[in-house]
Design a protein around this ligand. Structure first.
Ligand SMILES: [Zn+2]
Length: 588
C-alpha cells in the first residue's frame, strides 16, 4: 500500500528539464490568447465570435490553468519544508506565471463591460447556452465594478484601511501573555487550555483571560470601527445593499435563500439549548458558564490505525456505491494520499485539486478517531473534484459553499460505520463530540453572522460603536444560541477581541450552510438509498451552476426553510440518541 505521494506523475525531480519547457508552454499559451483577442472587439458584439472566444478561453484554462510546475513544487515544499531548492524555485515559477497570466485579465473585464441590452441577448442565446452560467456570473459581478482608476485607488487603500489594522491587532495579541500557575501563556494557548482544566481552575483562567482581553480591547475597538467603516465606504461606492451582499455574491449564492437559511437556523436555536442542557447533566453541573461550553465529557482513547480506518471507510463506501471504493483504491495505488506526519512536512490536512492535474490529499495520521474522520472529510473533497472532471475546464472548480457539503457528507458515512466498532462508553463520547461540532459549525457560526450584522448596522447608523457595546452585543448573541442554562459574565464579552471571523465579513455562513445541507442530504439518503444517484449529480456538477440550481436539479429547494429543517431535525435526533445512551449507561 502506498502511503506516500508519488509526485513522479508530474516530474522526475526539481532538475527535470520538463519543468522549464512546461513553463514556456504556459507562458506561450497566455501570450497567444492575448495576441488573438486583446485588440479584437467582435467577440464583444457578436454571438458566434463570442462562442469561439469562450471555447478558446476554456481550452486555455485546460492547458495553462493547471499551473503544473507550480503545483508540483508546492507539493514538494509541503512534504519537506527544508527543501530550499523547491521553495525558491516555487517562488520564481509563481512570479513568472503570475506575470504571464496577468496578460489575460483583460478578457473577463471586457466581457463585464458589454452593454446591458447585449448581455440580456447573450444570456438567452442557445448557441451560448454552454457558457450561460459563466457569463451570468461575470455580468452579475461586473455591476459592482467601478472605473479602472477608482478600482486602483480602492485596491491601494485597502492596505492601510484594513490589512494594516488587522495585522497590528494580531501583533498586539501575540505580544500578550497570561500568568497562570507560574507559567506565561500566550493568548491562543490559554484559550485552548481553559477547556482542559477542572472547574475552579477553568473559571480562574477564564477570568484572567477576559481581564487581559479587556485591557487591550481599546485597539480592537479602533480596528473594528475602522475596517467596518472602510467596508461601508466600499459597499456604498459599489452599490451593495446589505453588509453581507458582497460575500454572498462572491460565493455564488442567492441572497434571499441565504437569509432564509440564517433565519431558519436562528429560529431553531432551541435545538442547541437542548444540547447544552444535556451537556450540563453529563458534566454534573446545575448551571454552565461561558468557559464550560467546549469542555469535553471524556477522552476517546480508541486507537484506529490507518489500515483499520481505511477498511472502515471502504466498508462504509461499499454500502453507498462501489464507485467511491474504486476511486479511493485508485488514490492509494497511485500514491495520491500522503498519510503520516514526518519532520518538515506541513501540518493539518487538505485536498488539492486543479484543472488537468491529479487530485492530491495530505493527511497527518495519528491513529485516532479524528484522523479517520479527516480522511473521510478530505476524500469527500476528492470525490467531488474527481467527479466534477466531467465538466469543461471553466466549470471544474466549485464554490466554497458547496465544497463543504461534499466533505462533511462523507464524514457522516464514516462516522456511522465507526460507531458500530465502538463500545457503549466510546459511543457516548464520540456522539457528544460530533454533535458539539455540528452545534459550533451551524448554530455558533450563525450566531456570529447575526452578531456581525448588528455591529455593521451600528457602525452604519451611529457612525461608531464602543468596546463596551461590542462586548454587550457579543454576549447577547452568544447567549442566544447557548441558551438559558448559561450564566454569562459581562467580561466574557471581550472574547470578541481575538475572534478572527469578525474580520472576514460573513464568510462564516458558508460553513454552516455546507454542513447543514450535507446533514439534510444524508437524512434523505438514509430514508431512500437510491438518493445516492442524486447526490452523485451534485458531486459531478462542479461550478457549472449556482448552488441553488445544483440542488434544485436534484429536487431540493434551498429557498424554502423545510429543507434546512430536515437537517436540523437530524441534529435533534442525534441529541436524543445521546441522551438515550447516557441514560442506559446511568451517566444522567
Ligand atoms: Zn473541507
Amino acid at each position: 500500500m502506498k502511503t506516500k505521494w508519488d509526485l513522479t506523475v508530474f516530474y522526475k525531480n526539481e532538475e527535470d528539464p520538463k519543468i522549464e519547457s512546461d513553463i514556456l508552454a504556459i507562458e506561450k499559451a497566455y501570450s497567444d490568447f492575448e495576441k488573438k483577442y486583446k485588440n479584437k472587439k467582435d467577440y464583444l458584439e457578436n454571438e458566434d465570435s463570442l462562442v469561439k472566444a469562450l471555447e478558446d478561453w476554456d481550452t486555455l484554462l485546460g492547458v495553462a490553468g493547471s499551473w503544473k510546475p507550480a503545483m508540483y513544487l508546492n507539493y514538494r515544499k509541503d512534504l519537506d519544508s527544508f527543501n530550499q531548492k523547491a521553495d525558491s524555485l516555487f517562488n520564481k515559477v509563481v512570479n513568472r506565471l503570475t506575470v504571464a497570466s496577468n496578460k489575460i485579465l483583460f478578457f473577463n473585464l471586457a466581457l463585464g463591460k458589454i452593454d446591458k441590452k447585449l448581455q440580456t441577448q447573450f444570456l438567452s442565446s442557445d448557441k451560448l447556452a454552454p457558457f450561460r452560467y459563466y457569463l451570468k456570473r461575470i455580468f452579475d459581478t461586473a455591476k459592482y465594478d467601478l472605473g479602472e482608476s477608482e478600482e486602483k485607488i480602492l485596491n491601494l487603500k485597502s492596505l492601510p484601511a484594513r490589512e494594516m489594522w488587522s495585522s497590528n491587532q494580531e501583533k498586539l495579541l501575540n505580544s500578550q501573555t497570561i500568568k497562570f500557575e507560574g507559567k506565561e501563556l500566550p493568548i491562543p494557548e490559554a484559550s485552548n487550555k481553559i477547556f482542559e482544566l477542572p472547574k475552579q481552575k477553568r473559571y480562574e483562567l477564564q477570568q484572567l483571560l477576559s481581564e487581559k482581553l479587556k485591557s487591550i480591547s481599546y485597539f480592537a475597538e479602533a480596528e473594528l470601527n475602522a475596517i467596518y467603516t472602510d467596508k461601508k465606504i466600499d459597499d456604498e461606492l459599489r452599490g451593495f445593499g446589505e453588509p453581507y451582499s458582497a460575500t454572498i455574491l462572491g460565493y455564488q449564492n442567492n441572497e434571499k435563500s441565504i437569509i432564509t437559511f440564517v433565519d431558519t437556523v436562528t429560529k431553531n436555536f432551541p435545538i442547541s439549548h437542548k444540547f447544552y442542557k444535556l451537556k450540563a447533566r453529563l458534566l454534573k453541573l446545575p448551571r454552565l458558564r461561558f468557559p464550560d461550553r467546549s469542555v469535553s465529557i471524556g477522552k476517546n482513547s480508541k486507537k484506529v490505525s490507518f489500515e483499520e480506518g481505511l477498511n472502515i471507510f471502504k466498508k462504509a463506501l461499499g454500502n453507498v456505491d462501489e464507485k467511491y471504493v474504486k476511486i479511493l483504491d485508485h488514490f492509494i495505488e497511485n500514491g495520491q494520499i500522503d498519510v503520516y506526519p514526518v519532520k518538515g512536512k506541513r501540518g493539518g490536512a487538505y485536498c488539492s485539486h486543479s484543472t488537468g492535474n491529479p487530485t492530491f490529499v495530505l493527511l497527518n495520521q495519528v491513529d485516532s478517531i479524528d484522523s479517520i474522520m479527516t480522511l473521510g472529510h478530505e476524500m469527500g473533497h476528492a470525490f467531488h473534484s474527481e467527479l466534477s472532471k466531467v465538466q469543461r475546464p471553466i466549470y471544474q472548480d466549485y464554490t466554497i459553499s458547496v465544497a463543504e457539503v461534499a466533505s462533511t457528507l462523507f464524514e457522516n458515512f464514516v462516522f456511522e460505520e465507526l460507531l458500530r466498532t465502538m463500545s457503549e462508553k466510546e459511543k457516548i463520547v464520540a456522539l457528544h463530540d460530533r454533535i458539539e461540532d455540528d452545534i459550533k459549525t451551524i448554530f455558533r457560526q450563525i450566531a456570529c453572522f447575526n452578531f456581525e450584522l448588528e455591529l455593521h448596522r451600528s457602525v452604519r447608523t451611529d457612525g461608531a460603536i464602543t468596546k463596551e457595546e461590542i462586548a454587550k452585543t457579543h454576549n447577547k448573541y452568544m447567549k442566544a444560541y447557548l441558551g438559558n442554562i448559561f450564566d454569562l459574565k459581562e467580561d466574557d464579552g471581550y472574547f470578541f477581541v481575538p475572534w478572527p471571523h469578525l474580520r472576514y465579513f460573513f464568510y462564516v455562513y458558508s460553513y454552516a450552510y455546507g454542513q447543514l445541507i450535507s446533514k439534510a442530504l444524508y437524512k434523505k439518503y438514509q430514508g431512500d438509498k437510491d438518493f445516492i444517484k442524486q447526490i452523485e449529480k451534485f458531486l459531478s456538477a462542479g461550478g457549472s451552476k449556482s448552488p441553488e440550481d445544483i440542488f434544485k436539479e436534484i429536487g431540493i429547494d434551498t429557498s424554502k426553510p423545510e429543507f434546512f429543517l430536515d437537517g436540523l431535525r437530524s441534529i435533534e435526533e442525534d441529541i436524543k440518541r445521546l441522551e438515550k445512551l447516557a441514560k442506559s449507561a446511568k451517566l444522567v
